[in-house]
Design a protein around this ligand. Sequence first.
Ligand SMILES: C[S@@+](CC[C@H](N)C(=O)[O-])C[C@H]1O[C@@H](n2cnc3c(N)ncnc32)[C@H](O)[C@@H]1O
Length: 438
Amino acid sequence: MTEFNRKTRYRKTMKFNLLTLFPEFFPGPLSCGLMGKAIARGLVEYSLVNPRDFAPDRHRSVDDRPFGGGPGMVMSLDPLLRALASLDHPGRILVLSPDGRVFDQTLALEFAQESDLTLVCGRYEGIDARFQEFVSCEAVSMGNYVLNGGESGALCLMEAVSRLQPSFMGSEDSAQDESFSSGLLEYPHYTRPAEYEGARVPEVLLSGNHQEIAAWRKEQALRKTLLQRPDLLEESCIAPDDLLFLRQLSRFKPGKNLYLGLVHFPVLNKKNEITAVSLTNFDIHDIARVCCSYGLGGFFVITPLEDQQELARSLIRYWKKGQGGRNNPDRVQALDCVDVVADLEEAVQAIRKNCGVLPRQIASSAKTRGRTSYQEVRHALQDEAVLLLLGTGHGLADQILDGADGLLPPLRAMSSYNHLSVRTAAAVIVDRIIGESS
Ligand SMILES: C[S@@+](CC[C@H](N)C(=O)[O-])C[C@H]1O[C@@H](n2cnc3c(N)ncnc32)[C@H](O)[C@@H]1O
């Protein structure tokens, strides 16, 4: 029996208590489709409790002005606490609130284990914060946006939790197969006609070969999750075969369009003057290893100083062809992606030769606040080459920053100390752009 079945099999009735100032919000949506049927069959029950019915004054007030001033009204404690006390079996008490734990399938599965859930719907500016001192409850958010009230969120939560009850959908398999239940997004569905204005259904689905169909669906689910929600893959347990399949997909090679340029001139010194900085052995090794681990297109060491160029080349030679490489073969592979060039233009032209297009130049800085997001760079990599510029010394000179097509925000900008070594910054930035959780 799967974990999913074991956890949800024996439940009979799921009861929701809805504390709301707008009880009229619920009966319509809850009477539709499978939810309506589940309620008619007694699989799901709900009760509506209006705090207004428990308001002590003759105006039946449920809100008041906020202490400290400011706009809007705040839901008062007393009617809410009385409304809650009227419930025989409140069960687990959830307060819909933007500051709560974000609701997802894992949370839905967790709530589906309960027999009673009470959903407290806020309105106005929210609920008097002392509510949580009187009631053992958990805040649940429906996402990073603000709704007028908790009611629509409560409906979503009820639906996601109810459909995990055995027999809600007729076939338990349907819920198991769905997005998130297995840690993956679901494969795509198609129905008749098999061809619509030239758009054909994938042939395998018409083959009648169930084994092949299952394999195709699994691949599609993996592919879609990798492309659209790589963060889910980090959390799910991927079978070794599936991991092999994922490794072959191009999402694992988005780095092929990303190049790194380690600029030694023009950069700033301590006094903010333009200078040229000497090479650092560690930078070359560590950035080359980042480059190799993330499958990047290449790494340019940029310095106009001929002695420094020669130093870099002899270092690379030693590790690729000399004793260094013989002792440490995987360093050969890493240093293979390094090129030494005299200036930025040479790096740009080398990329152009390699990919046929001029790269978009994206600069980085520990000080100047850039507006180019990591996500924007990730998107650009789908069909463009990007040269990410990293400065040695005290950072890239203004002429490089001004000439770039974009500037990333500084790492740890809120911290009072953000002096990372350039090789550390390179690793963090690359991971933010194309790492699995990016
Ligand atoms: C207008 S909102 C209050 C927003 C609040 N002043 C704030 O800025 O966080 C009123 C009520 O809607 C519900 N609500 C709004 N957005 C929500 C979200 N993303 N998740 C869950 N509940 C939400 C909460 O119950 C909240 O108390």
